[in-house]
Design a protein around this ligand. Structure first.
Ligand code: SF4
Length: 159
């Protein structure tokens, strides 16, 4: 049987951080109903604690929720399968059947806004040029230099 494809709309977040789920994968194993003894509960609590300190926990949770077929068991972003099912039901109630699309779209909009904020704004035009386009520009107050007088005469002679 082929492995289900991940939903491309919500990619798994990239990080160079050492993730506990990679260094200590046994903590994160949680099969259905496997919380019955104290050892399991302690181990899963260790995984949850590691997730709470993980730098990509929020995006990991989004990915895990968007990919139920890839995350039917195990601890993901401090949640176990039953908690993820409840979260998916709430997201569907709030955003409709295509809640993954709604969340992906909101993520793209946020990323675009962040890029727009980071983009350097165009430099202001030179003060002299910009002054010419304001209603405060009063050329008659500028000093009449011999050169300007000469240009004025030439312009008058052309008319
Ligand atoms: S939040 Fe996700 S990526 Fe981070 S340790 Fe937990 S399962 Fe791993």
């Amino acid at each position: 049987m082929s492995r289900p494809e991940a939903d491309p709309r919500i990619p798994f977040p990239h990080t160079d951080a050492r993730l506990a789920c990679r260094t200590e994968p046994s903590w994160f194993v949680q099969e259905h109903g496997q919380m019955s003894n104290a050892d399991d509960r302690a181990r899963i609590e260790r995984a949850r604690t590691a997730c709470r300190g993980c730098p990509i926990a929020a995006d990991c949770l989004k990915w895990a929720l968007a990919n139920p077929e890839l995350t039917p068991t195990g601890v993901w972003a401090a949640t176990i399968s039953r908690e993820r099912k409840a979260l998916r039901r709430r997201l569907q109630a709030r955003h409709g059947l295509d809640w993954v699309g709604v969340i992906a779209q909101a993520d793209r909009a946020r990323e675009q806004a962040r890029l727009n904020r980071a983009r350097p704004s165009a430099p202001d035009p030179a003060p002299a040029a910009s002054a010419m386009w304001t209603s405060h520009y009063e050329p008659w107050r500028e000093p009449l230099t011999p050169g300007r007088q000469q240009r004025n005469r030439e312009l008058l002679n052309q008319t």
